[in-house]
Design a binder for this molecule. Structure first.
Ligand code: F6P
Length: 546
């Protein structure tokens, strides 16, 4: 770790001891301007980060850490197309996919923007054809069901986004996402679908992923069984960087939408991987989605570090992970249509920053990416919030909410918002023993009951959270939110000095699955593994055949 980063962390650790006895409820009581001081706006998107264990000096020290870690230079290198994914020798340019400016983006001296625009145009023409009924199935029927077959970044982005933007989906179109190699996923998706009106999109950056290829072959067989071999061309399209493998699978070039090695899988929803989204919501709305992300990119590139939303989110995460030792981070959208948002962020964050080795191949100096998890509120309140409020671990949370609902339905939205605000207030303020005891006395409890119950009714409080508030969950807002988290993850990766853009940690399991498959299929002798794996393999055979 560079000496300047080390000393910035040292200063933060010392600073923690100075402020740790000042609970958030006192900090709010002392400073009427705390909300204004610790909130940021980008158009209608508000980040309230005032309910964090910080004072003005904390922020100064965190920004000093970002400077020492070279965040600004790294950011500029990413936007400039430098090959910052060093272990794979690749540029990292998801920002080019949503570049709405007329600035060129150079990779190896060549502007990639004409290619980006070319694929977007091809996607728009195809999407419009499907939406209008100009592109139809082999028998001339309109497509009603789009089945995206992909996994990881080739699934989570479009699946999350189409769910989030479901009010914008064209009437009569349904989108399905098949990812798991468990045959149940494809089986249950196809059950009830009509092959004549079903369009498959096979999405895979590499076009070699075992799960996706297995599902694609089975989907093809299902279609062929119903409509014959000749129908395949009309019912399949592909999205990939591996155009040769797509051709070998039998999908025609005019039905293939490409992207490039400088687009990471978990950063690819802005590329042709977004095709199901574009078919669902149309080209104009997809453009709004890209514009939203571009607005966040412009903010990230130009706002000073202390007023930069992704930087602030990243620094707060580092503050809790490295200085306070908090190991997990909850994402809690009070927005039902963001029900897949935490799953999406799990890949974005944990596949990017779940690394123990620095860019130079040395062990990372401290903790890196936290465990990211969450579910929409209010559901989570009746499940795991107990632990967030009174459990022994402190879990920093992000709350997300729209001021306006998509549908006006009685009191639903005010109730949703009141619950969202109540949770972050409760976490911040807590309830002291005196307050809990007084409530029990007021409820007529005896002195013995008050003594027995009070410890259970105490909320420690001082539990940190951010709130992201926006007008409405529309395509532009969703684009801004995703880009916000992408850049947060990037800044953290820089501070931890790790490569956020490779994912070698997924390889060993893939390799071992390849070795084990013949044994599971009885095509090879069960031998040469550890005792547990041998025992499990033997038991699988016994139970399967018994
Ligand atoms: O196994 C992890 C991973 O490589 C992800 O990074 C990626 O998003 C996913 O698999 C799917 O890969 P592909 O798009 O090449 O099928």
């Amino acid at each position: 770790m560079a000496a300047s980063v080390k000393s910035a962390f040292k200063a933060l650790r010392a600073h923690r001891t100075e402020i740790e006895d000042r609970p958030l409820r006192d900090l709010f009581a002392e400073d009427a301007g705390r909300f204004e001081r610790f909130s940021l706006r980008l158009d209608d998107l508000l980040l309230d980060y005032s309910k964090n264990r910080i004072v003005a000096e904390t922020l100064e020290k965190l920004v000093a850490l970002a400077r020492a870690a070279g965040v600004e230079a790294a950011r500029d290198a990413m936007f400039a197309g430098e090959k910052i994914n060093v272990t794979e020798g690749r540029a990292v340019l998801h920002t080019a996919l949503r570049n709405r400016s007329d600035r060129p983006v150079l990779v190896d001296g060549r502007d990639v923007m004409p290619d980006v625009r070319g694929v977007l145009d091809a996607m728009a023409a195809f999407a419009e054809g499907v939406r209008s009924g100009a592109i139809v199935g082999a028998g001339g029927e309109r497509f009603t069901d789009i089945v995206n077959i992909g996994i990881g970044g080739s699934d989570l982005g479009p699946a999350m986004v189409t769910r989030a933007l479901s009010p914008y989906i064209q009437k009569g179109l349904r989108c399905h996402f098949v990812s798991n190699v468990d045959g149940a996923h494809l089986h249950d998706t196809l059950k009830g679908l009509d092959p004549r009106t079903t369009l498959f999109l096979v999405a895979s950056k590499t076009f070699t992923t075992q799960e996706t290829m297995t599902n694609a072959r089975s989907a093809r067989a299902w279609l062929v069984a119903a409509l014959g071999e000749a129908a395949v061309g009309a019912h399949f399209a592909a999205i990939s960087t591996n155009l040769e493998a797509v051709a070998a699978f039998g999908i025609a070039a005019e039905r293939t939408f490409g992207f490039w090695d400088w687009v990471g899988g978990r950063y690819s929803v802005w590329s042709a991987i977004g095709l199901p989204v574009m078919i669902a919501i149309g080209g104009a709305r997809f453009t709004e989605f890209l514009q939203g992300a571009h607005a966040m990119d412009e903010h990230f590139r130009s706002a000073p570090l202390a007023a930069n939303m992704p930087v602030i989110l990243a620094l707060l995460g580092v503050w809790y992970r490295n200085v306070w030792g908090f190991g997990s981070h909850a994402v809690l959208p009070y927005d039902q249509r963001l029900e897949r948002f935490a799953a999406y962020l799990q890949q974005l964050d944990m596949e990017s920053n779940g690394k123990g080795v620095t860019l130079f191949g040395e062990p990372a100096a401290g903790a890196t990416g936290p465990l990211v998890w969450g579910e929409p509120g209010t559901n989570g309140q009746h499940a795991f919030y107990q632990l967030i409020h009174q459990g022994s671990d402190v879990i920093p949370c992000d709350f997300l909410a729209a001021a306006q609902p998509q549908e006006q339905m009685g009191d639903h939205h005010p109730i949703l918002l009141a619950n969202c605000l109540a949770q972050s207030e409760a976490l911040m303020r807590g309830k002291t023993a005196e307050e809990a005891g007084a409530e029990l006395v007021a409820a007529g409890k005896s002195a013995a009951e008050v003594a027995a119950l009070t410890p259970h009714k105490v909320f420690p409080g001082n539990r940190p959270s951010n709130t992201l508030l926006y007008r409405r969950l529309d395509p532009g807002t969703l684009g801004r939110l995703i880009a916000l988290y992408e850049h947060k993850v990037f800044v953290q990766g820089r501070i931890w000095n790790i490569n956020s853009f490779d994912q070698w940690g997924v390889e060993l399991g893939k390799q071992l699955a390849g070795e084990l498959l013949p044994m599971v299929k009885d095509e090879a002798a069960i031998e040469g593994r550890d005792a547990s794996t041998l025992g499990l393999l033997t038991e699988i055979t016994r139970l399967r055949d018994g």
